[in-house]
Design a protein around this ligand. Structure first.
Ligand code: PLP
Length: 464
């Protein structure tokens, strides 16, 4: 400590007061208010005093101090939920918010969110309406279901389904289907919350129809199938088909419940992915209720959707838990708009997740090459290489799509990755074989320019 240093004492004396800085901080006051700005200035000046007292030197201008206060305010109180550029090639990336919405879905949210709406009002009758009508006709039309219900997410959909139809009784499920869905949450733990007793049958890799049949008792409420959506058992495996299970369940007057998970409404096989059962196939196979997410392969907002037999869906709608897990108006508006893309047969041109799945390899290669050319003009020589994109989000385990990647030149890819993550908006890529890679498939076209600017800036800085 050399705080007796006359030089330091003079630096301390030259620091402006909070009040004086406040007069120059109209911008900050406008954004964060006087109270928080005052706190930020106090904090910034304290830091500066500490810095000087511990021997640091160099004078600082008022505008630098305001800049530090702004940075502190942004860090403490700025938006933590903000856009990122997804260059990972994982289409439904749970950590990055799953499905980006279509323009139509965003417009629908905007339209109902800044005004009052018909959420639970029937303007023709001039009286209270039902929130559950929004999107139901579309869901029934698209999936071939008799009735549908939208709730907050698929975990809630499964919970509502089991609570309503199986509470206090037994549900038969294959051991191979007790899945963990990420974030440490296990679907079996959610299922147990319903008060249903899970009766596990078979082994991890093999479950026979007779295993289910042997487990049926007077206390059985349903047979449940959970799609193992985020892992794949390969090799010596077998499970009865949905149709076989439906036949068995119905022979005992039991419903077959299906946690389909991904919300695939279209066949993915034409795009080179391994076939994933669609919601419609589940219903056609005889499932009595099918539950799935709105923001995975369906490509819409966070939601849980239940389709199936009219009498069962009516029971779910009436259960008190339905009120606790109900969908909000923004979700309902976006979901209906997303479903209209399917009804109009425009999913692969309007819904980002499907545009990404359906993107031809040649188009992705052309984008990667365009980026490389643009960056080369500024002296950043990238390589364009072959790679794979994945669907992710607990969908389509073990299958991927051929893609073309941009490999950025850099001796230290971890450092480059950290710098790009620190960009505003953050750019997320992946590191493979010591190279930092970006996959154009998951970069939205309207983010391309921002991405290139970020690379120019961060790669440029690295060479300084
Ligand atoms: C994703 C998934 C869930 C959970 O759905 P959320 O919408 O995230 O709540 C449940 N079951 C299966 C099979 C899934 O794939």
């Amino acid at each position: 400590m050399n705080n007796d240093n006359p030089n330091n004492r003079s630096l301390l004396r030259h620091l402006p007061s909070v009040d004086k800085l406040l007069l120059q901080a109209e911008g900050l006051v406008g954004e964060y208010g006087r109270l928080l700005t005052t706190e930020a200035l106090r904090h910034t000046l304290d830091q500066r005093r500490q810095h000087i007292l511990s021997g640091g030197n160099g004078s600082i201008t008022a505008s630098d101090l305001l800049g530090l206060a702004q940075a502190w305010l942004d860090d403490q109180f700025g938006a933590t939920l903000r856009p990122v550029i997804n260059g990972t090639g994982v289409i439904v990336h749970t950590n990055l918010g799953r499905a980006p919405l279509s323009e139509g879905a965003v417009a629908a949210i905007t339209a109902v969110s800044s005004t009052y709406s018909t959420l639970e009002y029937d303007p023709e009758a001039g009286q209270r309406g039902s929130r559950t009508i929004h999107g139901e006709q579309l869901l029934n039309q698209i999936t071939g279901s008799a009735a549908s219900l939208v709730v907050n997410n698929n975990a809630a959909a499964v919970l509502l389904m089991l609570t309503t139809l199986c509470q206090g009784r037994e549900v038969i499920i294959s051991r191979g289907q007790l899945v963990e869905i990420g974030g440490g949450f296990r679907i079996p733990d959610v299922m147990v919350q319903s008060g249903a007793k899970l009766v596990e049958v078979g082994t991890t890799n093999k479950t026979h129809l007779r295993d289910y049949a042997n487990a049926i008792s007077a206390n059985t409420a349903a047979i449940l199938v959970a799609h193992h959506s985020n892992y794949k058992i390969i090799g010596f495996t077998s499970e009865p088909t949905l149709a076989e299970l439906a036949e068995l369940a119905h022979a005992h007057q039991l419903p077959l419940l299906y946690d389909q998970g991904s919300g695939a409404l279209l066949d993915v096989a034409p795009y080179g992915l391994e076939p994933e059962p669609t919601v419609t196939e589940g219903l056609e196979a005889g499932c009595d209720v099918v539950a799935f997410s709105g923001d995975k392969l369906l490509g819409g907002p966070q939601a849980g959707i239940l389709c199936g037999r009219a009498d069962l869906i009516a029971q779910l709608k009436r259960h008190p838990l339905a009120r606790a897990v109900r969908a909000d108006k923004l979700c309902l508006a976006a979901l209906a708009a997303t479903l209209r893309h399917y009804a109009a047969e425009q999913a692969t041109t309007q819904i980002p997740v499907w545009q990404m799945i359906a993107a031809p390899l040649a188009a992705i290669t052309a984008r990667a090459e365009q980026w490389a050319t643009r960056l080369a003009e500024s002296g950043i020589e990238c390589e364009v290489i072959n790679g794979r994109s994945t669907v992710g989000g607990g969908s389509l385990p073990g299958t991927s799509l051929p893609t073309t990647l941009l490999a950025l030149p850099h001796p230290n890819p971890d450092e480059l990755a950290a710098r790009l993550r620190g960009n505003n908006p953050p750019v997320i890529g992946r590191i493979q074989n010591g190279r930092f890679l970006l996959d154009p498939r998951t970069v939205l076209p309207n983010q391309e320019e921002t991405l290139l600017q970020a690379i120019l800036q961060q790669c440029g800085r690295l060479r300084d």
